[in-house]
Design a protein around this ligand. Sequence first.
Ligand code: XMP
Length: 518
Amino acid sequence: MSQSSDTVLVVDFGAQYAQLIARRVREAHVFSEIVQSSISAEAIAKRNPSAIIFSGGPKSVYEEGAPSIDQGIYDLGIPLLGICYGAQLMARDLGGTVEATGRGEYGRTTIDVQQSARLIEGWPGSSTVWMSHGDSITQAPPGAVAIASTPEAPVAIYADDEHRRYGVQFHPEVAHTERGQDLLVTFLREIAELPPRWTHTSIIESEVAKIQAQIGTEQVLCALSGGVDSAVAAALVHKAVGDQLTCVFVDTGLMRSNEADQVEETFRRQFNIELIHVKAADRFFDALEGVTDPERKRKIIGELFIRIFEEVARDLGAGTKGSGPRFLVQGTLYPDVIESGSGHAANIKSHHNVGGLPEDLDFELCEPLRDLFKDEVRAVGEELGLPESLVWRQPFPGPGLAVRIVGEVTRERAEILRNADFVVVDEIRKAGLYRDLWQSFAVLPAVRTVGVMGDGRTYAYPIVIRAVTSDDAMTADWARLPYDLLETIANRLINEVDGVNRVALDITSKPPGTIEWE
Ligand code: XMP
């Protein structure tokens, strides 16, 4: 890619430690890419990176099967920073000593600087760092100097200024390391001499240029889901090729309150994008009649979605040689394409996504977000002028409210849940917690319970409040919402939402629970 000489390669030594490092490098406005540790020195040289960072990893360098690196990498003359496992591996490879001292360090500790050096210029004598190691480097490799230590790590930083090779035992990418980002920035700017060129404006410029080169004068189609990824992808493609883009929004009747209106308002009115709004709620409710099994619900919704999308595409002439849209926009993100060091592309989203590709239509894919992390997608969305409420929207499952309605999905139950969900989200927003939570929503169980309102007995549904914190949806913790907020939500749910007479709170973390109820 065009930025290659401004690129930092982050070598992943396992367990996705590399992702956070790659994001921190980008926050320093330098483009970064993750590569697996099995990459050859020759392949690295071809990519012509300006710096290389070795990530941490869960193994000991002496463990059988511990990842290693092509030794030729040390002869490339490219600035190198090793972190934790990466620092130990580099120390060992270059003739230093790594030992299982039996005294590991986990969590916060204090680092003492013994000698000043370019990498840590301006650091105080001691500061806090975040550690997670069993083995320790006991001797820096020849040519390198040990410049800092912690109680259990005699060589917590080593520096070889001549060869521009550095190792740090702690994790600079973690927010608990006081000077962590400083250290990364110093490595990038001062040592690797990388200018801060990766900015939101430059991302937009380079993506627009790539899209234009790919699409040329062809027509392109994009399915909007109401979520941030497809919205930003569509806005970027529109900026690049204007009205060659047609967007399709399939309203399944299982969207959140106001979602369909906002998509219409944003894309048709604000951006003037050609939008085909398919109001298909009846078809979805008919197809879901009598269905209670969660996986069948997903399958029915997914298949019907594809069928409807296909109908629209064919109406536009797709699949006919020489006319109609040839490209399909997908909101694939960088974490979706990274293969983890452990060899499996661990991403929960891909197999979850509703939609997929109409198989026999033979589109070519346009994936303008393939290089981007979620925070960059949001920043690009804001820069492009998408509304804040869309750009910062919490994730929403492809099958929509259907996986939050336990049992049969009917129009009536979808309406109850949509209204309840609106109240939950509205109060969470007012409390200023919306962005801090990974997801917060209402669930409608398949039971009714007895209540009393005024003089009468009620027999209606309970609503369960589900709010979680998470970084990636793989694990999640239930959010400790303030009691006052819970009380306000409960009062409003019972008073404002017809069909609801009781409120419960889900306090299950993931694992063992999942975030959604189905
Ligand atoms: P769970 O419930 O498995 O969800 O903890 C993890 C994340 O995935 C979302 N999710 C889905 N997304 N189609 C999607 O596009 C689905 O069928 C689906 N099921 C769950 C969920 O909202 C959470 O963010």
